[in-house]
Design a protein around this ligand. Sequence first.
Ligand code: DX5
Ligand code: ZN
Length: 238
Amino acid sequence: MVKPIIAPSILSADFSNLGCECHKMFKLRADWVHIDVMDGHFVPNLTMGPPIISSLRKAVPRGEKDGQATHFFDCHMMVANPEQWVPEVAEAGGDQYTFHYEATKDPVKLVELIKSHGLKAACAIKPGTSVEVLYPLAEKLDMALVMTVEPGFGGQKFMADMMPKVEALRAKFPNLDIQVDGGLGKETIGVAADAGANVIVAGSSVFGAKDPGEVIRYLRDTVENAQRKAKAKPKPNL
Ligand code: DX5
Ligand code: ZN
């Protein structure tokens, strides 16, 4: 059974204070931090790149707890040429490299390149992309990301009509980490968790909250409860 993983997106953090913001999230029991890299080509916005990841890695060194790496940097690469940045992100201290299916001609080769640099490999699909493109790749991936907004900006409205994609992926790949990103918060986590998502990105709902720790706990509890419900449900005899 996949674990609930809560990944606050630092796109909504105070950029003048990013190291402290990451420390704060990990102290509040976030599992990962989600780092949105945008190049102004694949998406109409510019954010951070490898130099910032590198500074953050110095401020937030990797650790280990119960045999698991801590302070995991989940890098969401909204860039036009994802092959180009793999060595830099690995060198900078990223842990996972999520490329967009729409940005590459050869996803299998890209997954191999990412893994050869010691990074975990994940593939994202935009709202207009069919989930079926992920099926032949899924066995090779560490995670699949189903976007629940058009990538580019924080604070957008959650697209509930993406949930059939999550359900289809979960039915086919019970052990795959499935991430959702965009518009996730206390009001929307229920449907995402019921659909089978276990890796939850949340930007504005966490960083904008009075009590971000409470939101992180709520997101994790909701995923855990949905997993318990799904386990208890009798499977149809096919
Ligand atoms: C959007 C980014 C998201 C963004 C989510 O393109 O990929 O990670 O930070 O922000 P919220 O949670 O505010 O929708
Ligand atoms: Zn993201």
